[in-house]
Design a protein around this ligand. Structure first.
Ligand code: ATP
Length: 402
């Protein structure tokens, strides 16, 4: 049997108070795991202050990153409309009878527990663990535990926790004023809020230099994507050094930002493009993975403050290529394919052959990658972007004319 703590809430955004309750409950009640379970965003109730499900999920993932026993749960996201704790716990119980559930709440929630939807049901399925909040004394917390237990039955226990005066509401208000929220939530969450302009903290923190760009990328991309990004930036720098040293700095920035949009879902990318008035082709709508180049160039401008057209084009065309690419576009296109983290078995040219060629002749290496890409898409029977075919034909003819 596993002892599971459920940390429910809006997490709009997650903050140090949530993490502290979870840590204290885990230790004091010897729980096996804590599941952070954000409530769903009811589609019929638009709330301009409520960040999207994906944003709240990413912030939770960043906040609990590295804590083995903390788990993100999308259990309530899977349901539509209002999600009541009583229903959630009942369904969890039905799904996994072997688990013993503990529901974690703050003292403020305990005060108005009787107004919750079917409190007598909640306590049937979980033990309530409550932490003091807003100056609540231990005595007061224990009295509330006793009173609720007398009213609804079930078990209510207190969590001993040093008080932490923080709330999501305060953080949202501070973010809107552009104040530093680092002391109230994990730094990666604070950066995520800044980079996405959540809660009105829009464009307050446009990075000015490469270390800041890296820091912000690390707070948005998943770790594997982030390391790929570093690999592309390093490879792009080496290629620039070999072919066009004056492009060194631009190569590093374009390499770092080439995938800066590659963590949104297909639907999210489409809706962001609609908002930003970015046209999408039928193939892009069908194969949404192709959109991240265009959207990345847009984000590079409005979130990372990059205005150089050479860099923006290199980001925009790094997946499909285009005829007559500028040197920086070729460098990023190639670096993305050959960076040291890549180890795919590709045909007709091996990675080793392409890596060698890339440092001798950019156009020839480009044609090899295009040929590989077309072979791969044909084998997988995937729709091919017209731009990729045009690019291939352009470079094939160019090589034949030489
Ligand atoms: P908001 O300010 O938007 O109302 P919140 O900070 O209360 O949000 P929620 O996500 O609604 O955060 O909270 C989830 C649970 O965590 C609730 O039971 C709440 O009482 C508890 N909680 C949040 N912050 C603290 C804190 N600083 N100390 C103790 N409990 C807390």
């Amino acid at each position: 049997m596993s002892k599971i703590g459920i940390m429910g809430g809006t997490f709009n955004p997650i903050h140090d108070g949530h993490i502290r309750i979870a840590q204290c409950a885990l230790q004091q009640y010897h729980l096996d795991e804590i599941w952070f379970m954000p409530s769903n965003h009811p589609p019929h109730k638009p709330d301009h202050e409520l960040a999207s499900n994906e944003h709240r999920k990413r912030m939770i993932q960043f906040a609990i990153d590295g804590c083995d026993r903390f788990v993100f749960s999308d259990f309530e996201y899977q349901r539509t409309g209002f999600t009541y704790t009583a229903d959630t716990l009942k369904q969890l119980q039905e799904k996994a009878l072997e688990n013993e559930y503990y529901f974690l709440i703050g003292g403020d929630s305990l005060v108005d527990f009787q107004t919750w939807y079917h409190p007598e049901e909640i306590v049937k399925y979980a033990t309530i663990l409550a932490a003091g909040r807003n100056g609540m004394s231990t005595g007061e917390l224990e009295r509330l535990c006793r009173e609720n237990s007398e009213l609804f039955g079930g078990h209510f226990f207190s969590i001993t926790m040093p008080p932490l005066t923080v709330s999501s509401k305060e953080i949202r208000a501070m973010a809107a004023e552009g104040l530093d929220i680092n002391t109230y939530c994990p730094p990666k969450v604070a950066n995520y809020i800044a980079i996405h302009g959540l809660y009105g903290q829009s464009k307050k923190k446009i990075p000015g230099n490469i270390p800041e760009i890296k820091e912000l990328l690390q707070c948005t991309l998943r770790p594997k994507r982030f390391y790929h990004t570093l690999g592309v930036a390093d490879t792009a720098v080496l290629l620039a050094e070999a072919h066009q040293p004056e492009l060194l700095k631009k190569a590093e920035i374009a390499g770092l930002l080439h995938d800066c949009a590659k963590y949104f879902s297909g639907m999210e990318m489409i809706s962001m493009c609609n908002d930003a008035k970015i046209d999408l082709t039928p193939i892009e709508l069908q194969n949404t993975a192709l959109i991240h180049g265009k959207l990345g160039a847009y984000l590079a401008t409005c979130r990372y403050g990059v205005n150089d057209p050479e860099i923006l084009n290199a980001i925009c065309y790094h997946t499909t290529g285009r005829p007559a690419m500028a040197p920086l576009e070729k460098i990023i296109y190639l670096a993305d394919y050959i960076e040291p983290g890549r180890n795919m078995d590709c045909k007709p040219y091996s990675l080793c052959q392409i890596r060698r060629k890339a440092f001798e002749n950019l156009d020839e290496a480009l044609l090899m990658v295009l040929q590989n890409t077309i072979t791969f898409l044909k084998t997988k029977k995937q729709a091919m972007d017209e731009q990729t075919i045009k690019t291939y034909q352009y470079y094939k003819q160019l090589m034949e004319e030489k």
